[in-house]
Design a protein around this ligand. Structure first.
Ligand code: PAF
Length: 318
């Protein structure tokens, strides 16, 4: 079903993957998908954007380079088999409001957002569509407009958020695994999203506030002063949410392990602040504050980090 009634230029089932969000993660997936199968979805707020294809070099962890060229998706003449959504958490719902009407109702949508809240909002908005969430530890950054760096190999877990996504998980996994990246279907995607949320809550705001790479946290007074109280808040929240619990000490250990393993990385939140972009703080520590408020649990450290990061973004924006 093409929106304008024109005949699509591709055939359903040929593996065409539309990607909404041409940032580091979108470019990473586009670069590894079989040549010609990825298409970026143009943003409605930049109409000139779709004139030229997007070209860049993908620098791979094995020190090889791939030249990548990605054309733009035209809903009037293409039918994607899959939509990957790699926008920032705060942009996701609004971006999908314009894209969803262009897609056949059975097209699976995979959400790659950091944090929590945006995925649930999309699933609640389109409960009859096949909506999946992905949690990935693939590391990507974009040091220049025409360079995307695959900073480290990771894994991507994929799970259904709506009932109609269950029958398509195997097919979506196969399509994403055609990249050569490791993709693992799971029935416990919410647990995976919480696990990553905890890591992001313990690393991202501190690295943004201190303007430091992840590893420098471990000796930073701000981190050392607040990390135990932060982990106590998170541990209580997990218990109140009836999720698998972990002691504050175990949570701190997990956070410190990831900060050590990614010592030289710039976190996504630090990068957002450095580039004057809005951060995902409302979907990370801010999400914990709002969940705590619903459950009657005060979250003073999460609240303080949320407010300070917002203040930081305001200051950079000036
Ligand atoms: O958001 C990020 O940057 C990453 O998830 C993490 C784990 C903090 C590593 O940089």
């Amino acid at each position: 079903m093409a929106a304008s009634g024109l005949v699509p230029s591709n055939r359903p089932g040929d593996g065409t993957v539309a990607i909404l969000g041409a940032g580091s993660l979108g470019r990473l997936w586009a670069g590894y998908l079989p040549a010609g199968t990825a298409l970026f979805v143009p943003r409605t707020d930049s109409p000139d954007q779709s004139r030229y294809p997007v070209s860049y070099q993908l620098l791979c962890p094995d020190d090889t380079e791939r030249p990548v060229t990605v054309a733009w998706f035209d809903p009037a003449c293409q039918l994607p088999d899959l939509l990957l959504v790699t926008t920032k958490a705060q942009d996701t719902l609004a971006a999908l409001e314009t894209v969803m009407p262009m897609l056949p109702e059975h097209t699976p949508v995979v959400l790659f957002q950091n944090g929590m809240g945006s995925q649930q909002a999309v699933a609640a908005r389109w409960p009859d569509r096949p909506v999946l969430a992905a949690s990935t530890t693939e590391g990507a950054n974009r040091p220049a407009a025409d360079i995307t760096v695959h900073a480290g190999r990771g894994q991507t877990w994929l799970g259904a958020l709506t009932a109609s996504a269950n029958p398509v998980i195997t097919k979506v996994t196969e399509t994403l695994a055609s990249t050569g990246l490791e993709v693992i279907p799971t029935a416990a995607i919410l647990q995976r999203l919480w696990d990553k949320l905890i890591i992001n809550a313990g690393i991202n705001p501190f690295t943004a506030l201190l303007d430091c790479p992840n590893g420098d946290l471990l000796t930073a007074p701000l981190f050392l002063e607040h990390i135990d109280a932060l982990c106590r808040e998170i541990s209580q929240l997990l218990e109140a949410e009836k999720l698998p619990t972990a002691s504050p000490q175990a949570l701190r250990q997990r956070i410190e392990q990831v900060a050590t393993a990614t010592a030289s990385n710039t976190s996504s939140m630090r990068a957002d602040v450095q580039h004057g972009r809005a951060t995902e703080i409302d979907y990370i520590n801010g999400f914990m504050v709002s969940r705590g408020a619903r459950l009657g649990l005060p979250m003073p450290v999460n609240q303080m980090l949320t407010e300070q990061v917002k203040q930081l973004s305001t200051n950079y924006g000036r």
